[in-house]
Ligand binder design. Structure first.
Ligand SMILES: *Cc1c(COP(=O)(O)O)cnc(C)c1O
Length: 422
C-alpha cells in the first residue's frame, strides 16, 4: 500500500507556534507524541472513523479522542443535537430537562446507579467521588492500583499509568506529602488491606494498555470492601457504556458503591458524572452536607451530545464494537506472527491494546517491561501509512461505530508492513 502520508508542513508550523504558547505545545501531555519520538499532528477535522490533519493527510483514527467518540467523528445525530442545543443557549447555570433525561438514561443502564451528579471532566468526577467516600466512611485513606489512571487528582497521581508512564514521571511535583500519604498503591491483582475510605479501580484497566481483571478479582474486591467498611469505587470513565450498556460492572456482575463515568457520557463534549445508591448520593449538597459544584456542570451542549450518543448504543452497536475489536485483534496477531514480532493483543468489546511483549500482561510491571522502542517504531510506521494509533504503549485503541471492515482491512495492511519495520 506504500506511504500515503506527506511531510506535514502546516503541522510543523503550528507546532512551532504552539511550543511558544502552550507548555510542550499541547493541552494534554500524550498529544505531544514524545513517547514515539515525533512531533504531533495538528487536526483539521474528523469524519466518521477518519481524522484529517491540517496538511490534508487522512488517517484511520483508532484514538477517537481517547474514548468519547464511540459514535465516530461528527455523527449527524450528535451534530444535530448539539446544534439545536446551541441555538437555544449554551449555558444557564439553572436546571434543564436534558440533565434529568441523561441521568435517567444512565440510571437505567448502570447497575450501581440510583442517582448521579454531572460534572465536566473525569478528573472532577473522581475527585468528587473520593470526597464523598471519605465523608461517608469518616476515613482518609484510599487504595488504588498501580497503572490505573483516575484523572490528575493530586492524591491519585501515584503510579498512574498512561500519560505519566509515557513521560516517565513516577508521580508529580506539587503533590503534597499529606495527599500522597493518604493513597495506598497496590499491584493490579492484589486485594488491598487496612481501614480504607475507598478501594478505587478501573474494573477493566485501560491506562496501562488494556489489562483485563483476573478471574474472580473484582468479586474479591467487593468482599474486601464489605468486610472492612470501605466503599468500592469503579472508575468506568473508559469502560462505561462501552464494554456493555452498564459497563464492566454489568458484564462482570459485580456492583460497586460508587461509579465514575466520563468520556462516552459527554459524546465528545465535556461531561462526566459520579453515581451511586440514593443514600450515598443524597449526602451531596444541596441534598446533604458534602459540597461539590460546577458552573458548567450539566452543560446543555454536553448533555445533548451525551444523550444523542447513548441513543445510538443499542444491542447491535455492542455486537459491532465486539466484532471490530475481535477482527482487529485476530488480524494484528496474525500480522505480527507472519514477521515473527512477539506481541500480546488484549481486547474486549470496543477496546484493544497491542503489547510488544512475549508473555501476557497482567499488571503494570508487566506493561512497563514491554518493548516501548519497538512500539514507537510500529506506531510511527502506522502513522506514515495513514493509521493513527495511540502514540503510547500504555493506552488502548478505541474502535467506534464508525469503523467499517474497510478501516480494519486498511489497518491490517499497514500493520503487515509496520510490524516488519518495528
Ligand atoms: C480519561 C480518564 C479519566 C479522566 O478523565 P478526564 O475527563 O480526562 O479528566 C479518569 N479515569 C479514567 C479511567 C480515564 O480513562
Amino acid at each position: 500500500m506504500g506511504s500515503a502520508v506527506r511531510v506535514t508542513d502546516r503541522s510543523a508550523v503550528a507546532y512551532a507556534r504552539a511550543v511558544d504558547l502552550l507548555p510542550g505545545g499541547v493541552n494534554s501531555p500524550v498529544r505531544a507524541m514524545r513517547a514515539i519520538g515525533r512531533d504531533p499532528l495538528f487536526v483539521a477535522r474528523g469524519e466518521g472513523a477518519d481524522l484529517i490533519d491540517v496538511d490534508g493527510n487522512r488517517y484511520v483514527d483508532w484514538v477517537m479522542s481517547w474514548g468519547p467518540l464511540i459514535a465516530g467523528h461528527a455523527h449527524p445525530d450528535v451534530v444535530a443535537a448539539v446544534t439545536a442545543a446551541a441555538g437555544a443557549g449554551t449555558s444557564f447555570g439553572a436546571p434543564t430537562e436534558a440533565e434529568v433525561d441523561l441521568a435517567a438514561e444512565t440510571v437505567r443502564r448502570v447497575p450501581s446507579a440510583e442517582m448521579m451528579r454531572l460534572v465536566s471532566s473525569g478528573t472532577e468526577a473522581s475527585m468528587s467521588a473520593l470526597r464523598l467516600a471519605r465523608a461517608a466512611t469518616g476515613r482518609d485513606r484510599i487504595a488504588k492500583f498501580a497503572g490505573a489512571y483516575h484523572g490528575h487528582v493530586d492524591g491519585l497521581l501515584a503510579d498512574a499509568g498512561s500519560g505519566l508512564a509515557t513521560q516517565g514521571i513516577p508521580s508529580s511535583p506539587g503533590v503534597t506529602a499529606a495527599q500522597a500519604a493518604d493513597t495506598v498503591v497496590v499491584p493490579w491483582g492484589a486485594v488491598p488491606d487496612g481501614e480504607l475510605a475507598a478501594i478505587v479501580c478501573e474494573p477493566y484497566p485501560a491506562n496501562m494498555g488494556l489489562v483485563l481483571p483476573p478471574e474472580g478479582f473484582l468479586a474479591a474486591l467487593r468482599r474486601r470492601a464489605d468486610e472492612t467498611g470501605a466503599l468500592l469505587v469503579f472508575d468506568e470513565v473508559i469502560s462505561g457504556f462501552r464494554v456493555a450498556p452498564g459497563g464492566a460492572q454489568e458484564r462482570e456482575g459485580v456492583t460497586p458503591d460508587l461509579t465514575i463515568l466520563g468520556k462516552v457520557i459527554g459524546g465528545g463534549l465535556p461531561a462526566a458524572a459520579y453515581a451511586g445508591p440514593r443514600e450515598l448520593m443524597e449526602r451531596i449538597a444541596p441534598a446533604g452536607d458534602v459540597y461539590q459544584a460546577g458552573t458548567l456542570s450539566g452543560n446543555p451542549l454536553a448533555t445533548a451530545a451525551g444523550l444523542a450518543t447513548l441513543r445510538l448504543l443499542d444491542a447491535a452497536a455492542y455486537e459491532r464494537l465486539e466484532q471490530i475489536a475481535a477482527a482487529l485483534a485476530t488480524g494484528l496477531r496474525d500480522a505480527a506472527a507472519e514477521v515473527g514480532v512477539p506481541v500480546q493483543v488484549c481486547h474486549t468489546t470496543g477496546l484493544l491494546t497491542v503489547f510488544f511483549r512475549e508473555d501476557p500482561v497482567r499488571d503494570y510491571d508487566d506493561a512497563k517491561s514491554c518493548d516501548t522502542e519497538r512500539y514507537a517504531a510500529f506506531c510511527r510506521a502506522m502513522l506514515d501509512r495513514g493509521v493513527y494509533l495511540p502514540p503510547s504503549q500504555f493506552e488502548a485503541w478505541f474502535p467506534s461505530l464508525a469503523h467499517t471492515d474497510v478501516h480494519v482491512e486498511r489497518t491490517l495492511e499497514a500493520a503487515r508492513e509496520a510490524f516488519a519495520l518495528a
